[in-house]
Design a binder for this molecule. Structure first.
Ligand code: HPA
Length: 244
């Protein structure tokens, strides 16, 4: 069966256990080999890709984003739901809320961020007016509505290089620039998906208020704890979205 839908699981989302008939696949791409799982859900074949690799071993700045997206393209995937744990700069977007980003601000530094590197392909400049797929965002909003989850249909995702968290001064700047969320992975993932003409939606789960907004210092454990507490909602949301 052709695989048309993929879930990219970010921090705290490692388990495709709602799929049946799960099998391991390896896909080779010009950028490296990618291990992923393929399973079935309501008669649809769904790919599940762990962004941070086995046992969360790959930090955000070293994820092989090009191989991951090229592998999904190779499988025939058209729609990608990508989960992300994020900090919030917007007091309305509280820990536990879902946000379906519609814009990004790119503060990454050293990533392989394009498939277009000149040569035979020529010089390509891709439109980024709607980086995240509006149709899939609507599907997510409908799914969240049906499930009674607290969600925000729009948000600007600031992508930092990481792996460190931000300084309060940086967060103040990102807020002034219009950022709502801060995380370390959406760019270049969304950009590469656009370059491959796939529909890509972001499912951000707010785990904390960002540095300087939160009264306490941020730890990775806090992020993991909030993700764990909301894992069931996230799973329900992703599955509902797939079924719509
Ligand atoms: N900053 C960056 N990435 C994150 C955060 C944060 O506050 N929370 C979860 N991922």
């Amino acid at each position: 069966m052709t695989v048309r839908i993929a879930i990219i699981g970010g921090t705290g989302v490692y388990d495709p256990n709602i799929l049946t008939n799960i099998r391991d696949e390896k896909v080779s791409t010009p950028y490296g080999e990618v291990s992923l799982k393929i399973g079935d859900y309501q008669g649809k074949s769904v790919a599940f890709l762990n962004r941070h690799g086995a046992g969360h071993s790959v930090p955000p700045h070293l994820v092989n984003y090009r191989a991951n997206i090229a592998a999904l393209k190779e499988l025939g995937v058209k729609s990608i739901f990508a989960t992300a744990a994020v900090g919030s700069l917007n007091m309305n977007m509280a820990p536990g809320h879902f946000v379906f980003a519609d814009q990004f601000l790119d503060f990454t530094k050293v990533r392989q961020h394009t498939f277009f590197e000149g040569g035979e392909q020529g010089v390509v400049h891709i439109d980024m007016t709607d980086p995240y797929c509006p149709e899939l965002r609507q599907v997510l909003a409908d799914a969240a509505e049906e499930l009674g989850l607290t969600y925000h249909k729009y948000g600007t995702y600031v992508t930092t290089e990481g792996p460190r968290f931000e300084t309060p001064a940086e967060i103040k700047m990102y807020k002034l620039l219009g950022g709502d969320l801060v995380g370390m992975t959406s760019v270049p993932e969304v950009v590469l998906a656009r370059e491959k003409e796939m529909c890509y939606a972001n499912i951000s789960m707010v785990t904390n208020y960002a540095a300087g907004i939160s009264p306490t210092k941020l730890t990775h454990q806090e992020v993991l704890d909030v993700m764990a507490a909301n894992a069931e909602n996230l799973r329900k949301l992703a599955m509902k979205a797939i079924s719509l």
